[in-house]
Design a protein around this ligand. Structure first.
Ligand SMILES: Cc1cc2nc3c(=O)[nH]c(=O)nc-3n(C[C@H](O)[C@H](O)[C@H](O)COP(=O)(O)O)c2cc1C
Length: 178
């Protein structure tokens, strides 16, 4: 199965990078084809809302040109983000906004989304806004939820390494249904 993992942290070896690493390890071991896109290290322009994509192609020529064919071929799309001000990071949001150019195609085929996130706070409501946003995106796109890993009280890599979240991420990848 084709799987795209989009990460949104500027920390190459940070908290959420470990969750992504473990998911990719599990999914690869299970024989899935994984394409990882580390958005913070790619050139991605923000959507201009010009609607030129409605009568042709997006005006931007950037790393989305490499991601889009993978996205359109994917059965599973994994969103991996640090919690930034109770939502996803700007780095990953830029990518999701650019889905706009392919709304119809992305809504056509049944796909599965997965959310993996980390944050410093431990409160049970810390990620409510992020999860509500994720669920709204899935609902709009007609995608199903393949699972979430919410690593609370994980402000640093050292925190998450000592908790069960990396194992959860690995298991999600390993058990990804064909
Ligand atoms: C700009 C910014 C905003 C943040 N906002 C929140 C927040 O709203 N709630 C929270 O618990 N942690 C917040 N954090 C902490 C990060 O979510 C946390 O450190 C996370 O583990 C970073 O993951 P990374 O190493 O993968 O980037 C914020 C960090 C930054 C830099």
């Amino acid at each position: 199965m084709n799987c795209v993992v989009i990460t949104g942290s500027p920390h190459r070896a940070g908290t959420t990078a470990l969750l992504a690493d473990e998911f990719v390890r599990g999914a690869s071991e299970a024989g899935h084809e994984v394409f990882r896109f580390d958005a913070a290290f790619e050139k991605i322009a923000p959507c201009l809302g010009c609607n030129r994509c409605r009568s042709g192609r997006c005006v931007h020529e950037d790393a989305m040109d490499a991601l889009n064919p993978r996205l359109l071929a994917a059965e599973t799309v994994v969103f991996v983000t640090p919690l930034y001000y109770f939502g996803m990071s700007a780095q990953i949001k830029r990518v999701i906004d650019r889905f706009y150019a392919n709304n119809e195609a992305l809504r056509e085929n049944p796909r599965r989304g997965i959310l993996m996130a980390a944050c410093h706070d431990a409160e049970d409501w810390a990620m409510e806004g992020l999860v509500a946003h994720y669920r709204a995106i899935l609902r709009y796109l007609n995608w199903t939820d393949g699972g979430v890993v919410l690593a609370k009280a994980c402000g640093t890599r050292g925190d998450v390494e000592n908790l069960e979240y990396p194992a959860q991420a690995y298991r999600l990848g390993r058990k990804l249904a064909p």
